[in-house]
Design a binder for this molecule. Structure first.
Ligand code: ZN
Length: 345
């Protein structure tokens, strides 16, 4: 399986712009640990190509992209600018008005303190999106699977809103890339512990992408305001959004039972391609979450997802217990890829 990576190390809010009393868990060491694991497993690692902005504009709002690309320079021109541009005191969206001032736009486009912009943030986000596009292109060229090792992650990014460590929605951009190439319907299975509210928002009214999420109950966990079981899509998209929230403390059995439900629902939609938004933060002890899944739970998920027999693009989302990320990815990949390896693929 081909693994696609992109430069990300300079997007490091915890090191370059720390906030007192608030750890920024989305650190470069996460991607380093995941990369070490795939190298250990012998997978081929390649660098993302530059695909420009056109495939990203298919998903994201033009004003939002302009803010992400140029907001930091505008911010740094202000007197007394800090090392990072943050939502700060103005993080309230009055949808009827988008202010011109960069601080007003920071409150408009950044949903919380969990998506600061540093000098290298835009390039890192762009690289991660390009890695996902490369992954989609590999599937289009006939690969059975590919892994976009994206950092920063993407599933909280809406069409025009960053949050939860996410700026560009890598999985959604990849899904749109596949659709634009004529694949037919795409399913996105998201098992990051946090509901992928951005991916849900992007496809909520559409019947060409089936979004299914297994996650911690948002009544108790970020993103708090989306991810409930009664959110099933709207308009043409009614029935094309499935949320399977899990109570705090859910262990392996509860987790893979939900994955099984997700896979049955995906099978019923008969999609052409599967995208897996892969988060390892359901793991017990993850500092951002509240479930109790083990590496065995991820292996079970890998086996169940592989049973779909669909070409599949894996897109990295979260997972913040850095010392366990390599083991969790290894457990998932061994199980997920076993049928392909048995078939000699
Ligand atoms: Zn997460």
């Amino acid at each position: 399986m081909i693994v696609i990576t992109s430069p990300h190390a300079e997007h490091d809010p915890e090191r370059l712009a720390p906030l007192a009393g608030r750890r920024y868990w989305e650190v470069p060491a996460r991607a380093d640990a995941l990369l070490a694991a795939v190298r250990q497993l012998g997978h081929e690692v390649v660098a993302a190509h530059d695909h420009g902005l056109d495939p990203i504009r298919r998903v994201h709002d033009a004003g939002y992209l302009d803010f992400l690309a140029h907001g930091f320079e505008r911010f740094r021109a202000l007197p007394n600018a800090e090392p990072a541009l943050r939502a700060g005191a103005y993080a309230v969206r009055y949808a009827a008005h988008r202010p011109d001032h960069v601080l007003g736009q920071a409150g408009y486009y950044l949903s919380s303190l969990s998506a600061p912009i540093l000098p290298a943030t835009w390039q890192a986000a762009l690289g991660a999106a390009h890695a996902a596009i490369d992954g989609a292109d590999l599937i289009l060229r006939g690969e059975r699977s590919a892994y976009a090792l994206c950092r920063p992650p993407g599933h909280h990014a809406h069409t025009d809103l960053a949050g939860g460590f996410c700026y560009l929605n890598n999985a959604a951009i990849a899904a749109q890339r596949l659709l634009d190439a004529g694949t037919g319907p795409v399913a996105i299975l998201d098992f990051d512990v946090h509901h992928g509210n951005g991916t849900q928002q992007i496809f909520y009214a559409r019947d060409d992408v089936f979004y299914v999420s297994v996650h911690g109950d948002p009544a108790q966990l970020y993103p708090f305001y989306q991810g409930y079981a009664d959110e099933t899509g709207s308009g043409a998209g009614l029935g094309w959004n499935l949320n399977l929230p899990l109570p705090p403390g859910t262990e392996d059995i509860g987790f893979f039972t939900a994955i099984l439900r997700a896979v049955e629902a995906i099978r019923a939609k008969a999609p052409a391609v599967l995208i897996v938004s892969m988060g390892f933060d359901p793991h017990a002890g993850d500092p951002t979450a509240n479930l109790s899944v083990s590496a065995d739970g991820f292996a079970a998920a890998g086996r169940i997802i592989a049973s779909l027999g669909l070409p599949a693009l894996l897109v990295q989302e979260g997972g913040y217990l850095v010392e366990r990320l390599g083991d969790n990815l290894t457990a998932f990949l061994r199980a997920f890829l076993a049928p392909q390896q048995a078939a000699g693929g």
